[in-house]
Ligand binder design. Structure first.
Ligand SMILES: [Zn+2]
Length: 422
């Protein structure tokens, strides 16, 4: 989830922003997917590590089987099929602001919403818990549904809950979301003096990382503060992932990864899954967005104040709509901006350490030109072919690298459990 990150950032930021640069509507021609690119794309195992669709399941009653042509969402079974998306890690994200005291309860509700969708569409979608499950779903032509928890606050400082989430099928956890929790600092509020920080991970935070290693739950360092990243790298016994993060050298968002971090992930054997969000992949877009951020935040505030004064609950569908309207005032960057990030990470970290972490359904109205849903994923394959990437390398980016890391994380887990059983 990204839009709310921006909102929080806006609320805590006291910087004065310059006027938004005027950006001409470029209207770059849409990418045409060649027969060769389509064939390559369809022969690859395509894995995306971050979609916020569970909030739609739970809050909007959205059905993933929807064929509604007016639905602006990024993910549906039909869109996944058209884009040959074969495995999706659905994000279990609990808003820390509105769920005080109920993090676990809401986490369980979101997990339940994913299972309900799989139960409703058993012919097209199946819950998956391992790389082998993904392979099996692939052979059965079903979407493999996996889950990742976005934000360590979901465990309520309780290692037992972490294990329960693993047992329910959660296979990665982002150590923090935009909020610093009681054991991990976040990049989202690291400059806010009102927030109690820990200089990275606390001792308990390090225990969480090691328990995730033991369980076989991937350690996700997206969203965390830089020091938390380095502490996680120093602590983990297994490769880490960044489930949805881009490169800071190209787009100066604190949530993106520096080249030094990219190299550290490579050394650790992990993978950085590139976030598609315009504010993280295009510097012009990011600056324009920062310039209008106070006004956008004020519009959301006005809406929430109005509801509070009427004693009504805040409706996220409306907040998303308001945020999207503001976002759509800025012209979309070309697909090239996204491909530049993939390319940069492939060059700095190496071709074995980059993949796709779209942030679909968390970044409504703010994906690059041509990428309107999962159905457009073949355009990425075309763009990578156009840049001279080999078929083998493209398959690594589309899912091969993530599958390798997932298997290695399982391997470390088996070793740790065997050692403990002796
Ligand atoms: Zn996120």
């Amino acid at each position: 989830m990204t839009n709310r990150l921006l909102l929080i950032f806006a609320l805590i930021s006291s910087l004065a922003f310059a006027q938004a640069p005027e950006k001409a509507a470029t209207g770059a021609p849409d990418v045409v997917v060649s027969a060769r690119a389509q064939k390559l794309h369809d022969s690859a195992l395509v894995v995306d590590t971050h979609a916020d669709t569970p909030q739609r399941f739970l809050d909007e009653g959205f059905d993933i089987g929807s064929m509604d042509p007016k639905d602006a969402g990024h993910i549906s079974l039909d869109k996944a099929r058209r884009g040959n998306l074969e495995a999706e890690f659905f994000s279990i994200w609990v808003d820390p602001e509105t769920n005080q005291g109920q993090f676990a309860r809401h986490t369980f509700d979101l997990i339940d919403s994913v299972y309900l969708q799989a139960a409703r569409h058993p012919d097209q979608m199946v819950m998956a818990y391992s790389p082998n499950d993904i392979d099996r779903a692939h052979k059965e032509h079903k979407l493999a549904a996996l889950m990742g928890i976005e934000g360590g606050h979901s465990i309520e400082n309780d290692i037992h809950l972490l294990r329960d989430y693993y047992r329910l099928g959660v296979r990665y956890m982002t150590l923090s979301w935009s909020n610093t929790n009681e054991w991990a600092d976040s990049s989202g509020d690291i400059d806010d003096p009102k927030v109690q920080h820990h200089n990275g991970l606390t001792d308990f935070g390090k225990q969480v990382v090691l328990e995730m290693n033991r369980l076989g739950m991937m350690v996700d360092i997206s969203h965390v503060a830089d020091k938390t990243f380095w502490d996680a790298i120093a602590t983990t016994k297994a490769p880490v992932i960044a489930s949805h993060s881009s490169a800071r050298a190209l787009t100066d968002a604190p949530r993106n990864m520096t080249d030094e971090m990219l190299r550290a992930v490579a050394k650790n054997g992990g993978v950085v899954q590139v976030n598609f969000y315009n504010g993280f992949i295009d510097e012009d877009f990011r600056k324009a967005m920062m310039a209008q951020q106070k006004d956008a935040a004020a519009a959301v505030q006005k809406y929430t104040d109005q509801l509070k004064s009427e004693g009504k609950p805040v409706n996220y569908v409306d907040i998303d709509r308001i945020e999207r309207e503001w976002m759509e005032k800025i012209s979309r960057p070309p697909l090239k901006s996204l491909i530049d990030h993939i390319d940069h990470i492939a060059k700095v970290a190496g071709i074995d350490h980059v993949g796709l972490g779209s942030d679909f359904d968390g970044v409504s109205g703010a994906t690059p030109q041509g990428i309107d849903s999962a159905a457009d994923l073949p355009k990425i394959t075309q763009a990578l072919l156009d840049r001279g990437y080999s078929a083998e390398d493209i398959k690594k980016i589309l899912g091969g690298n993530l599958m390798r890391v997932f298997r290695e994380v399982e391997g470390v887990s088996h070793e740790m459990q065997a050692a403990a059983a002796k």
